[in-house]
Design a protein around this ligand. Structure first.
Ligand code: AGP
Length: 614
């Protein structure tokens, strides 16, 4: 939820830190700060609000900041303590010689605060992080070695942390460590970096070292070393990052979200490459390690996820049950971890996560793994903590997704579920071969159909303008598109702040229909298929209550013009594949409404791209 950058080297420390934090703004943006070590001083600069406010603050101190030889920076999404300058990171010990930045939550900070206060530490902020600064300072007073002080101090911490630490008396050394939160080393030429995520360093180096939980790294501009929690040296593999800096530019689009929506046709082509050569070929999933025997005897699947990934999981349920005849439960990770789940070695547990770092899902996966389940992870980040827990992996390869609102990663998750369901059906021989052939044939031509939708986006812009003044919005659907209604509503909610809700259309008359009147837009995801007629009659029920009716449909039925005030048409597609097409106009509708309302589309208030705290 927060972003960390550390740098030691010969380039401009301030520029490296600020540019790196800018690339991490999607992780949280309610305050920011840097600590700069110059040859004779260790200074801290902070600002509340967006990163640009910190840039403005630093402009008043260029005489000092340009002398910096190393530094650490932090962009915050507040968990403990309001977003104020005082609570912004970095935090220091009482003497100001030690500074720390932190991503995560120290769950036992209250008792530590009491213990440290009893030892004479004076606390200035409401944050859990300040406890870490005092704790390391206490250890440093004894060890006079920053790496050792950090190693000893974190043994007292519970919860989740990625830390980056500097001490005034060790002017050439950065120390970092992590537990249940991401931290990586960027390995440069006569310079080294710490970062919460790849975008912060990709412009400077493609060589990365991923720290594992409990490891402590020490950087100088010429070296890096890693030890474990017992102080033993750990040899780490340098990995080459698979992305190009170009992924971090808007490429002429007004927002990353619009760019990423337009990338979706190529994202689908990219996913299919190497996994589906022709419709006649079987699906290839090289990193799915389920044996044929295991798959044939599989009798239960649990899919756990959050947010948009949960909606993808719900569609995955429809597909796997339809094609494979295996019972599938889908559950929000935050609910799964706090109940006694019936999970064992006969259960396949699928975790779905764009970031691969969502705390609730990661915790749930670890719980399931401990119960002996085979863990299959569907993620956009094969370098993530969740991917490292996986027995089987389906990388969705959507490329870096910068906008907080998930779009291309969602479509990529959907396509991955289609491939996984077909893969399992082919092994179990549980589905009609002609149905599988038609699904694979139509999957391969979906990119062109999405391009058709994108080429008619002005229709959706028109719809957005008409409905942008609404305070509420209802989406209804049936069958495999019920999760599409939920996802369409979430997109609108999270970037325009309009109170949008998705309902199974059959539920309307059991309560929500009471809300309908001439002020309420109701969008029907009316795709041809087995539930079309039922949904049409639900739409007529809504119309009879004077709701403002919108249809999203692939039907050419002229009758619809009498029933609906606005019709968004999409190309024809078979029912089972319709969620992949139907979501694109809903992403665009949410985008254009939010843009029309002047909202911060890529960084909506209160949100973060990766929720790495429970
Ligand atoms: C999606 O638009 C949201 N940003 C959010 O719901 C997100 O899907 C959720 O936090 C899960 O993230 P993950 O896929 O990285 O686990």
């Amino acid at each position: 939820m927060c972003g960390i950058v550390g740098y030691v080297g010969n380039q401009s420390v301030v520029d490296i830190l600020l540019d790196g934090l800018e690339q991490l703004e999607y992780r949280g943006y309610d305050s920011a700060g840097v600590a700069l070590q110059t040859p004779d001083k260790l200074d801290v600069y902070k600002a509340v609000g967006k990163l640009c406010n910190l840039r403005e603050e630093l402009k008043h101190h260029t005489d000092e900041t340009r002398k910096a030889i190393m530094g650490i920076g932090h962009i915050r999404w507040a968990t403990h303590g309001a977003p104020t300058v005082l609570n912004a990171h970095p935090h220091t010990c009482n003497c100001g010689n030690l500074v720390v930045v932190h991503n995560g939550i120290v769950e036992n900070y209250k008792e530590l605060r009491e213990l440290l206060t009893a030892k004479g530490c004076v606390f200035k902020t409401q944050t859990d992080t300040e406890v870490v600064a005092h704790l390391i300072a206490q250890k440093y007073a004894l060890s006079k070695d920053l790496t050792e002080a950090v190693r000893l101090a974190v043994k007292d911490l519970k919860g989740a942390y990625a830390l980056c630490v500097m001490h005034k008396e060790e002017k050439n050394k950065l120390v970092g460590t992590k537990l249940n939160a991401p931290l990586l080393i960027g390995v440069g030429e006569k310079e080294n970096f710490f970062a919460s995520d790849v975008p912060a360093i990709i412009k400077h180096t493609k060589k990365a070292v991923y720290l594992e939980d409990g490891e402590i790294a020490t950087l100088t501009k010429d070296t890096y070393s890693v030890i474990d929690s017992d102080g033993n040296v750990v040899e780490k593999k340098v990995e080459m990052l698979p992305w190009e800096p170009v992924a971090l530019s808007k490429m002429g689009y007004k927002h990353f979200m619009l760019k990423e929506i337009h990338e979706q046709p190529d994202v689908i082509r990219n996913i299919l490459t190497g996994k589906l050569h022709t419709p006649q070929d079987n699906v290839i999933l090289n990193e799915v390690k389920l044996t044929r025997e295991h798959l044939k005897n599989l009798n239960r699947i649990q899919i756990i996820a959050c947010g948009t990934s949960l909606h993808a999981a719900m569609i995955g349920k429809y597909l796997i049950e339809t094609l494979c005849g295996i019972a599938v439960d889908v559950e929000a990770s935050s609910e799964y971890i706090y109940r006694r789940t019936v999970t064992d070695e006969h259960t396949l547990v699928i975790g779905v996560s764009q970031s691969g770092e969502t705390a609730d899902t990661l915790t749930a996966i670890k719980q399931a793994k401990a119960k002996g389940s085979h863990i299959l992870i569907i993620t956009n980040r094969p370098d993530s903590a969740m991917a490292r827990e996986a027995d089987s992996l389906v990388p969705v390869n959507a490329g870096i997704e910068v906008s907080v609102a998930a779009t291309k990663s969602y479509i990529a998750q959907l396509v991955s579920f289609y491939l996984l369901a077909i893969y399992m059906a082919e092994i179990k021989e549980s589905a009609n071969e002609y149905l599988l052939l038609s699904l694979k044939t139509d999957l391969m031509i979906l990119p062109q159909k999405i391009e058709q939708i994108l080429s008619h986006k002005e229709e959706i812009q028109k719809c957005a303008k008409i409905y942008s003044g609404t305070k509420d919005f209802i989406y209804i659907a049936r069958g495999i598109n019920y999760p599409t209604a939920l996802e369409g509503a979430l997109k609108l909610k999270e970037i325009s702040y309009i109170n949008a809700t998705g309902y199974p259309a059959g539920e309307l008359k059991h309560g929500p229909i009471a809300m309908l009147d001439e002020t309420m837009p109701v969008l029907s995801i009316l795709m041809k298929g087995c539930v079309y007629e039922k949904l049409l009659s639900n739409s007529e029920e809504a119309k009879a209550r004077n709701a403002r009716m919108i249809a999203l449909t692939n039907s050419e039925d002229e009758k619809l013009n009498d029933l609906f005030d606005f019709i968004i048409r999409v190309p024809d597609v078979q029912d089972l594949l319709s969620p992949i097409l139907a979501i694109v106009p809903l992403q665009l509708l949410a985008y254009y409404i939010a843009e029309f309302l002047g909202k911060d589309v890529d960084q909506p208030r209160n949100l973060a791209k990766s929720v790495t705290v429970e």
